[in-house]
Design a protein around this ligand. Structure first.
Ligand code: ZN
Length: 191
């Protein structure tokens, strides 16, 4: 009796630990994307009504590869391209602010190319999708367990949590879409 209770408690504990979603939760709505309120974004994409990004299509087709333009439930805190002020440097991705650590999903089908800490990027994942297309995920707080170079992933698979590692001042995902090593605007690239 006692033993059965202990086993039950242990199983409950394991279940709780495994509660990180293995894929995009059904309730998550990625159909629209908005600019974060209360921030000035010098390179913001065009918006329609309010802060919603105009004509937003959650998926892009890049060299025949289907990719999500924003693989996390978030708002845009910085767009792609040159940024005014600060370092004034070119921004090679889009910043997706989540406020607190939130699950990140594979932007497309592919093979994990890298799971490592990179200078400035902090904890980073790179996924190779084929035909020269790659996606990069930076500033993570945690990786999905078992995620390593060579692992095959499907679009929507849970890969890690947003964070502020590396050169980041807030918890967000820095997301890049690369074609033959060149970064493109995730919000407008492809079809
Ligand atoms: Zn960024």
């Amino acid at each position: 009796m006692y033993r059965a209770a202990a086993v039950f408690v242990l199983l409950s504990f394991i279940a709780a630990c495994a509660s990180a979603p293995s894929s995009r939760p059904g309730g998550t709505d990625f159909s629209s994307l908005s600019l974060c309120p209360g921030v000035v974004i010098s390179n913001a994409p065009a918006t329609g009504g309010g802060r919603r990004i105009a004509n937003y299509d959650p998926q892009a087709t890049v060299n025949g590869e289907t990719l999500w333009r924003a693989p996390v439930e978030a708002c845009v805190s910085s767009g792609f391209g040159p940024r005014r002020g600060g370092a004034g440097s070119f921004h090679h991705g889009v910043d997706l602010y989540t406020g607190r650590p939130a699950p990140i999903f594979a932007g497309g089908d592919g093979v994990v190319e890298a799971v490592k800490t990179m200078r400035g990027y902090g904890k980073t994942i790179v996924i190779r999708h084929g035909r020269g297309v790659e996606t990069r995920y930076a500033h993570l707080s945690a990786y999905a367990s078992g995620l390593k170079r060579g692992k095959r992933v499907s679009i929507g698979d849970y890969i890690g949590h947003t964070g502020d590692t590396g050169n980041a001042t807030a918890v967000h995902l820095h997301y890049e879409i690369l074609v033959d090593g060149r970064s493109h605007n995730p919000l407008t690239v492809g079809d």
